[in-house]
Design a protein around this ligand. Structure first.
Ligand code: WTA
Length: 635
């Protein structure tokens, strides 16, 4: 069985084999990597525990696969092309040789600062090559990285650091995003007040913002590099890792409680990220591949760093935002570096679409061959705009559905192989066995149906646990439906057997492709001094996909409602981060509750959507009159 799928016929054969003989299928795929020792058994699993082991007994290091093995053939080929926020600053190119050297040096910095295999390292950095270097350096020595997105608050970072008991933080003085300087080190200083586990902070210089540097704890990146160079610690042998040794944790929101640390392990994740990268995008040698995600999210982990580098690709990293200095920035980058594959999010497409075609019209986009979409359902209008004005009707759009927990893409067209259909993620990739299930857990057979999306068989890239709390992993993903992984998404399967993801069916909202738990936002709002209770739901938002709508009960009438709204939003920014700020806050006297005290979110969702006609029967509510009051006061 070939690693590369080149035709729809081959896809069907690969898919069939992956279902009928999964161990043989994945063993053949895994032969394409560098192993210190091959596996004893390809797969051991049960979804009850859950207990999932891929390539059991194998030994490897993922960076040996992402770096060392490419040195002989493509050592001088660009591994990372980096485009800065400010177009007048010079871009940087790191060849595989240079990236390898830098990763080795920084790995020695980590070791020199006492970081060992299994230790947790928090990374809070801007989108610059040193972020990728820090990630790979951790993997080189077997430290577990926990990258935190630059938009999270000090409190969110502290929660994540404490949960994983990180020993080190790697950060920068600040980061540039559009017109803003983000004060990363200041935020870290605030977070660390709560985090005694952190012994060392390595600080890279990027914005030259004044920052505090605490003797004994805080160290300059460059000084530490100089130290190991002086000691002659240039090369760094990759640590030999077990297939199931933890590679990283990445925190993500669910319907309850605080974000959980999704844990990915080494071999299965690597094989899956590389296999899906190669096939979905049909990457050809020397292609320039540009994924616009942030490395703080799973898309950046799997499809900026690990997948592309494992395949020896050239991956383009962009520091800034799509609208700076203007809404033509992505197209300038495509033109400047002759980008062949572009992978972005519907929210970015919608926002650029709104800016109009003036920003596209004089740009040379002829290098583009494949377009990708990820993070949320893509609406028809955005799909057609992307297809017509960016792909000029000649580039397949791969609408890739997957999740942090999945490690890699699960349902997606394979570029130029799978016939596409607007807004459809189309068919499962080899190894992925989706099922639709009704509310009672009954599997819905046949086509032209919809239900809750589950996966009934393990794939190599799936999560293994949630950090420090295996029971939570079982509860969240494996207890709703017996012997199945539950995705939290609703889905329809049309007459052709094509899948279309319709959105979350749990209390998670997807704001500009960022997953936010309504419970988390409510907790943050409830911390505001005058709030008695709140309820948060999503509502359709033209650019963000979903916006955050908060219903809030205050303990006294506000004298200045506009200011109180801003105060509440500021409180949420402090507790979670600016990405969770409510778009709308409506003050209400009461919330629709059942007699047992449960908030009827369905009703609140309908009102937020402006769909008053579908509010439905309110007679079972404790106090049906609150609904009229809420409708009257709707924003
Ligand atoms: C949603 C991002 C429709 C979905 C990789 C999922 C999508 C959540 C798509 C995971 C898509 C992601 N079409 N919906 N192509 N891709 N989603 O963990 O609701 O940040 O459950 O992973 O995003 O978000 P996460």
């Amino acid at each position: 069985m070939n690693f590369n799928i080149a035709s729809f016929e081959e896809y069907k054969l690969a898919y069939q084999k992956s279902v009928e003989q999964p161990e043989e299928f994945w063993a053949e795929i895994a032969e394409n990597f560098t192993w210190r020792k091959k596996w004893d058994k390809v797969l051991d699993w049960d979804f009850k525990g859950p207990n999932i082991e891929w390539f059991k007994g194998a030994k490897l290091n993922i960076t040996e696969n992402c770096l060392d093995r490419h040195l002989a053939d493509r050592g001088d080929q660009p591994a990372i092309i980096w485009e800065p926020n400010d177009p007048s600053e010079h871009h940087r190119i790191l060849t595989y040789k240079q990236l390898h050297q830098k990763v080795c040096l920084f790995a020695n910095v980590l070791k020199n600062n006492g970081v060992k295999k299994g230790d947790r390292v928090c990374i809070y950095m801007p989108m610059i090559p040193e972020l990728a270097i820090a990630v790979l350096a951790c993997a080189r020595i077997g430290a577990i990285h926990s990258v935190v997105f630059g938009g999270f608050s000090a409190q969110s970072i502290a929660d994540r650091i404490k949960d994983a008991q990180c020993e080190m933080v790697i950060t920068a003085d600040g980061g540039f995003r559009g017109t803003k300087d983000i004060p990363l080190k200041n935020v870290i200083d605030d977070a660390l007040v709560q985090c005694p586990s952190v012994k060392t902070v390595i600080v890279l210089t990027r914005t030259r913002t004044p920052i505090s540097m605490i003797k004994g704890r805080d160290k300059w990146w460059q000084d530490e590099i100089n130290k190991v160079e002086t000691l002659g610690l240039i090369d760094c042998e990759p640590e030999e890792m077990d297939a199931e040794d933890e590679l990283f944790v990445l925190y993500t929101s669910g319907s309850t409680g605080k974000p959980k640390g999704v844990v990915h392990t080494t071999a299965g994740y690597m094989v899956y990220a590389a296999y899906t990268f190669q096939n979905v995008f049909q990457y050809q040698p020397k292609d320039v591949y540009f994924c616009t995600a942030d490395i703080g999210w799973i898309t950046g982990h799997s499809y900026i760093i690990y997948g592309p580098l494992a395949q020896g690709a050239t991956t383009l990293m962009f520091e800034g935002v799509p609208t700076y200095p203007d809404a033509g920035r992505f197209w300038d980058i495509v033109d400047k570096f002759k980008v062949n594959v572009l992978y972005t999010a519907p929210t970015a497409i919608r926002s650029l679409m709104q800016s109009g075609l003036d920003y596209v019209k004089d740009k040379d986009l002829s290098s583009l061959k494949v377009l990708g979409s990820v993070g949320e359902p893509i609406n028809e209008e955005a799909w057609h705009w992307y297809n017509d004005h960016i792909g000029k009707g000649k580039c397949p759009i791969v609408d890739t559905w997957w999740q942090t927990e999945n490690g890699g893409i699960l349902i997606s067209p394979i570029a130029n192989v799978t016939p596409t259909k607007p807004c459809y993620a189309t068919l499962p990739l080899p190894g992925v066995q989706p099922v639709l299930v009704d509310e009672n857990g009954k599997v819905i057979e046949g086509n032209g149906v919809s239900g809750n999306l589950c996966i009934k068989f393990p794939w190599p890239g799936m999560l293994r646990t949630t950090y420090g709390d295996h029971e939570r992993c079982r509860q969240t993903y494996f207890s709703t439906y017996e012997n199945m992984y539950f995705t939290g998404d609703g889905c329809l399967r049309d007459e052709d057997g094509y899948y279309r993801i319709t959105g979350r069916v749990d209390d998670v909202i997807n704001v500009s492709g960022h997953r936010i738990g309504t419970a988390e936002v409510e907790n943050a709002i409830n911390m505001f001094t005058d709030v008695v209770e709140s309820a948060v739901v999503g509502y359709p938002h033209e650019i963000k996909g979903q916006g955050i709508y908060a219903y809030v009960i205050l303990n006294k009438e506000s004298e200045d409602e506009e200011l109180t709204r801003k105060d509440i939003a500021m409180t949420v920014s402090r507790i979670i981060g600016a990405i969770a700020r409510p778009d709308k806050i409506q003050f209400v006297k009461g919330l629709p509750k059942t007699r047992s005290g449960k908030i009827m979110r369905r009703i609140l969702r309908k009102i937020a959507e402006g769909d008053m006609g579908s509010v439905g029967d309110t007679s079972t509510l404790l106090d049906p009159t609150v609904v009229d009051e809420i409708i009257t006061g709707k924003l």
